[in-house]
Design a protein around this ligand. Structure first.
Ligand code: CA
Length: 229
């Protein structure tokens, strides 16, 4: 057995906790579960888990309070689990410092993939990979591996906002604030269409750092180094 720090599941529905535990254990992780929020912050302080799957609605103390208090002393990856997809936008607006958001009902396979991704990102954060995308906001100059990328001002601002905090998920409404300086009313679909154009231009330049986070918004990740062949 391994001494690696465990993944902590804070979930008051025993069936969901057991399901997540089974899948994470099958994926090779050590797992601890708590069914009450009141014990969570103290537990996290004492055990320093590798990542936390944190339900929002909990007895004792809710996931939002736990996330806030944990962020005061730890950068441990937190995946907030909510029962309402409409709530995610509000959660993002609260700037809780969560690393990802998962909506019930979820596929356990998907949750395992998201846990792996968040662990990979935070490990990558310790030794940042070189980003082939470089931005000069004063000159509105975007480059991929030194070669200029022609973007509209809106696309540039979008890329600048996303790339400014790699790994962070931005909701569409947060991106709208970055895109337009004149407070105009813009639909989510307009954001999607700018993101689509931006991603096409990046793909033509050989990178794909912007990904869509289902039901939530978008995130930028420093691309993996090229694999030869
Ligand atoms: Ca719950």
């Amino acid at each position: 057995m391994t001494d690696a720090p465990p993944i902590l599941i804070v979930e008051d529905e025993p069936k969901i906790a057991a399901l997540l535990r089974d899948y994470l254990v099958a994926a090779g992780y050590r797992v601890e579960t708590l069914g009450n929020g009141a014990l969570a912050v103290d537990w996290i302080r004492r055990h320093a888990p590798a990542a936390i799957l944190l339900d929002v609605m909990l007895p004792g103390e809710d996931g939002l309070g736990i996330c806030r208090r944990v962020r005061a002393f730890s950068q441990v990856p937190v995946l907030l689990v909510t029962a309402r997809v409409e709530e995610i936008d509000r959660l993002l607006g609260l700037e809780l410092g969560a690393d990802d958001y998962i909506c019930k009902p979820f596929s356990p396979r998907e949750v395992v993939a998201r846990v792996k991704a968040v662990l990979r990102r935070t490990a990558a954060g310790a030794t940042p990979a070189a980003d082939p995308v470089s931005l000069d906001a004063e000159r509105f100059d975007a480059r991929v591996r030194g070669r200029p990328l022609t973007l509209t001002p809106v696309e540039f601002r979008l890329l600048h906002k996303l790339a400014g905090q790699p790994g962070r998920v931005f909701s569409r409404s947060q991106l709208i604030d970055a895109l337009y300086l004149d407070n105009r009313v813009v639909s989510d679909r307009t954001v999607d269409s700018h993101v689509k154009n931006l991603r096409r231009k990046l793909a033509e330049a050989g990178v794909d750092p912007v990904s869509s986070v289902y039901g939530v918004g978008y995130r930028y990740e420093v691309p993996e180094p090229d694999v030869p062949g």
